[in-house]
Design a protein around this ligand. Structure first.
Ligand SMILES: *Cc1c(COP(=O)(O)O)cnc(C)c1O
Length: 948
């Protein structure tokens, strides 16, 4: 059987009955009716023949073998760490973890929420601050987020600039520079050797340690900043903080950095989880997701995403940042690494790194190299009198990559995996001899003396058996794709095939440093070039950048390209982006980040863009229009015939067209945004192209452009010069040139195994499945928007508002009740409040769709029962959902419906039943009493009391 036959859910034998339900004779007829002919392409995509799983892996292995694996001592933000196999197998390679969705539905996400809370707690404990998020996209963007957060939150110094340490990573300086320039925020780069720079400062950013390894006492700078009312961000190495005095203790306001070295592979630059910690009281100002503790309907503690109402959809351009997809899976792994090693284990690792770096320092000083700093953590720098290239080559010949800082200076970063064999090879290559012990100590007044990570979770799981069981126990609490369809509209939760996933663990991909020399990364280059060509062929654009590590960062990159294009044409006044009201919240937030103003465009009665309103807006804003951002097919789940006209109108007004391509799933092989009028699009490889969601990341959001925008695609931030200028490309938007490169093999495999025909089939089956559900459920739950023939694209919005008016049962009640049926809820209240948006994807079988349809139909009857006055909504099985096993099996039962109806409303549940670990979470309580620390263990041992 071919791969695509495994990828698609419906069998050939199901087609006839599904099509007859939808009312068409063939899949081709259905698709012709759904996709407007004005945008339809008629030739096949220019892609190679589909390969079998085996052949595709073999071809990919050929690329992998072109990568050369060496000990990576380059540092600069990436360190050789050891991924404990128990974490690799039971998290990174475990579908229960990697196929789960962002934990918006708390009751089916308790496992991953606990795992993320462990990450937050690790960060809070090590940084010495009271609140941490989970997570940010990478270290460089985390520093940029901190800069804008200081700007937002400093009430004493409103104007002025910020000062950033020249000892931050070169990539970080580039990313921060790009962000600050886009927003017109003033800044200065300084090494703080003479204290703080002159002038009004709203904030400072200190490197701790610096990129060259030096550990300085930052306390005097923090004190001076406080005196001058500047806020203080410390860009810290989290592992170093197991030894060094915490920034919180020294008075820092914000601490940011990366957690790659907490057990994550290098992956040619990403994905890795960055962190941010702040003082309590600042949580509303903080970007990114935050797990908090609340309680369920029975008073039992439960976790949830805190402050959900400030989610990006709602805040739009007022959002704190455009972060939606973050790095959840990587944060979960880093948190588990902290749990597995515990404070004493982490400290031991850090001490070993320091001692080994110290031994290298002794050995190489002995060999005549000049040690630059005696105060360091894991990275030692040497002055080598113009011989940097020579030393880099000697090390490389010994199987080790080190860093050339400039012609005169090298640095060596010791990693967890570097044992004495590696260290000996290194120092001997330079004519030194590895001593038994080092002699450089970190000054005692820089060392921390407080206790950290005292919570039991950091002490209970030292044996592999207990760790394995803890991870299993957590993932058993959750619903992911390994148990049920996840019909989330706009999120495209399709199959993440095992054959696609396996290669990301191959050492030839996993252990390559992003700054390794080109002759060691030929395999990555081949893969990236080929994948770029394929994505260009699929979208109909001319060029693409794989750098953005989320859909939203793709938007930001694309909008920056539009802005730069106008500026080069002398159109500096073009600063307004038109965005339909129904757009994903990240669209407006990204526009704000790119320094553009947002103007709304109305939605017509049928859900399409209101062309009359668009014309009025064009009239109103004239040559101030930078462009429009449209989602296609629209977030309303239909292909709008008018899209060509919309693009034309905006082009005539001198604007550029941004087509949000997160929903490309129904278009592959059928239509191309680059051909029907788009100038730029981002794609979500973690939706359409099979990269799993990982509980909220990683993601890849490539930005594809027409030829006229190619030169505005982001460049490699590491290569910027002292003034922050890059040759031939604009500044980067992510830390690593290829963003989350480590997960690109997944998409490569998906396309290689699907081929042009397979991708087209995926689109067609996505359309079939969505229409099948729309037809089967449409009589009970009206489909809000449809296109020609009453058809939808790849998703449908079920309108519950009338039922809610009749019964009081809300769309949220339905989401919670679906959990009792073993389902993950559809997208709730987006893009229209009071509705559910259902996207089944092509990977779900007819049997699974029917199971969903049965559940929703039974729920409809339950709603009717309330509407008909048989029971009050408060007493109904819907409002009291979900039902835990404790509630259902309690000795007392005073509900107005039987236990069997609570737990087993349909017979299939007798074969396969999932119970949520907690009852309905109280969101408001969690936001009122904000707690983001792990609760004490005893909190879980309380008596269960019935909800009154
Ligand atoms: C998911 C999505 C985004 C945002 O993508 P992230 O990777 O979460 O940043 C943007 N637009 C649309 C239409 C989406 O569905």
């Amino acid at each position: 059987m071919s791969f695509i036959d495994r990828h698609l859910g419906p069998r050939d034998t199901d087609l006839e009955s599904m099509l007859s339900t939808v009312g068409y004779d063939s899949l081709g007829d259905l698709v012709d009716a759904v996709v407007p002919s004005s945008i339809r392409i008629d030739s096949a995509l220019n892609l190679p023949e589909a390969l079998s799983e085996r052949d595709a892996q073999e071809k990919l292995a050929g690329y992998a073998s072109q990568n050369i694996v060496k000990a990576q001592m380059i540092g600069a933000g990436y360190y050789d760490a050891i991924t404990p196999p128990v974490l690799r197998r039971n998290i990174l390679e475990a579908p229960g973890w990697y196929t789960s969705y962002t934990p918006y539905q708390a009751e089916i996400s308790q496992g991953r929420l606990e795992a993320l809370l462990n990450f937050q707690n690790t960060v809070m404990e090590l940084t010495g601050l009271e609140v941490a998020n989970a997570s940010l996209l990478d270290e460089s963007t985390a520093v940029a987020e901190a800069a804008t957060m200081m700007k937002r939150s400093n009430r004493k110094v409103k104007n002025g600039k910020f000062a950033i340490d020249s000892r931050c990573l070169p990539q970080t300086l580039s990313v921060v520079r790009g962000r600050a320039e886009a927003l017109g925020i003033d800044f200065v780069v300084t090494d703080f050797a003479d204290g703080l720079p002159e002038g009004d400062l709203f904030g400072i950013i200190l490197a701790y340690p610096g990129h060259d390894g030096e550990v300085r006492d930052i306390k005097p700078l923090v004190d001076e900043a406080k005196e001058r009312n500047a806020l203080v961000t410390v860009n810290a190495d989290l592992l170093a903080l197991t030894l060094l005095k915490s920034p919180g203790e020294m008075g820092a306001d914000i601490v940011v950095g990366n957690t790659q070295r907490f057990g994550l592979p290098l992956w040619y630059g990403g994905p890795h989880a960055a962190y941010m910690a702040v003082h309590s009281g600042q949580q509303r100002n903080m970007p990114g997701r935050l797990v908090g503790v609340s309680q369920d309907a029975t008073g039992r503690p439960g976790y949830r995403l805190a402050l959900q109402t400030r989610e990006q959809h709602i805040r739009r351009e007022k959002a704190t940042s455009n972060i939606c997809t973050a790095q959840a899976l990587l944060a979960i792994t880093a948190g588990a690494y902290a749990v597995y090693h515990g404070p004493e284990g982490l400290k031991k690792i850090a001490e070993t790194l320091h001692e080994n770096a110290s031994r290298v320092a002794v050995a190489l000083s002995g060999a005549g190299l000049k040690l630059v700093h005696e105060s360091f953590f894991d990275t030692v720098a040497f002055d080598v009198d113009g011989k940097a290239d020579e030393y880099v080559k000697k090390a490389s010949d010994a199987g080790i990559n080190i860093r050339k800082i400039n012609d005169d200076r090298i640095s060596i970063s010791v990693g967890e995996s570097h044992d004495d064999t590696v260290l000996t090879a290194l120092v001997e290559a330079f004519g030194g001899k590895l001593p038994e012990s080092g002699k450089y100590e970190i000054a005692s007044d820089l060392l921390r003396t407080d206790e950290y990570m005292q919570h039991p979770v950091f002490h209970l799981y030292r044996s592999e058996t207990s760790m394995m069981r803890y991870l299993r126990q957590l993932s058993d609490k959750d619903l992911a794709l390994d148990r049920t369809m996840i019909p989330l509209g706009s999120c495209t939760m399709k199959l993440n095939a095992a054959a696609e996933m396996e290669p990301i663990s191959w050492p030839e991909f996993a252990t390559i440093h992003p700054l390794a020399p080109a002759d060691q990364t030929k395999g990555w280059k081949s893969l990236i070039d080929e994948l770029s060509d394929w994505l260009v062929a699929i979208t109909g654009y001319d060029a693409i950048s794989l750098q953005p590590n989320s859909g939203a960062s793709g938007e930001y990159a694309g909008l920056r390209a539009i802005r730069a294009y106008h500026e080069d044409n002398g159109d500096t006044q073009r600063s307004i982006v038109l965005i339909p009201m129904s757009a994903h919240g990240t669209n407006a937030a990204s526009a704000a980040l790119a320094g553009l103003d947002v103007a709304g465009v109305a939605t017509a009665e049928d859900g399409s863009i209101d062309v009359e309103d668009l014309k009025a807006k064009i009239e109103k804003y004239g040559d101030k229009i930078a462009g429009i951002m449209i989602t296609y097919p629209s977030t309303h789940g239909v292909f709008e015939d008018k899209v060509v006209e919309v693009c034309k109108l905006v082009h005539e007004a001198g604007g550029q067209v941004y087509v949000d391509g997160a929903n490309l799933n129904a278009q592959m092989g059928l239509a191309q945004p680059g051909q029907f009028g788009g100038d730029v699009s981002h794609l979500n490889l973690h939706k359409t192209f099979s990269i799993p969601h990982g509980g909220g990341g990683p993601g890849v959001g490539p930005v594809a452009v027409g030829a006229h925008l190619e030169k505005y695609l982001p460049g490699d931030g590491y290569l910027a010069n002292e003034e922050g200028k890059l040759e031939g490309a604009p500044l980067p938007i992510s830390q690593a040139m290829f963003g989350s490169a480590g997960v690109l093999p997944i998409t490569w495999m998906y396309i290689a195994m699907s081929g042009a025909e397979g991708l087209k089939s995926a689109s067609e089956y996505a359309i079939l499945n969505a229409n099948y559900i729309a037809r089967e459920l449409g009589e009970k739950f009206p489909v809000l928007y449809t296109g020609p023939g009453g058809l939808v694209a790849h998703e449908c919005i079920l309108d519950l508002r009338e039922l809610t008016a009749q019964s009081g049962v809300t769309a949220e009640d339905v989401c919670k009740r679906l959990m009792d049926y073993g389902f993950h809820a559809p997208t709730l209240a987006f893009p229209v409040p009071g509705t559910l948006m259902v996207e089944p994807t092509e990977s779900e079988s007819k049997a699974e769709l029917d199971r969903f349809i049965t559940a929703m139909s039974t729920i409809f009857d339950e709603i009717k029962y309330v509407a008909d006055g048989n029971i009050s909504v408060e007493d109904s099985v819907l409002r009291n959902a979900p039902h835990t096993v404790e509630v259902v099996s309690a000795d007392e039962w005073d509900r107005k419906y039987p236990r069997s109806e609570a737990a087993f409303p349909v017979p299939s549940l007798h074969r396969n039943k999932y119970f949520t670990p907690i009852g309905r979470i109280d969101g408001a309580n969690g936001d009122r009493n904000f707690v983001c620390e792990c609760p004490p263990m005893e909190a879980f041992d309380i008596e269960v009391t019935e909800a009154s």
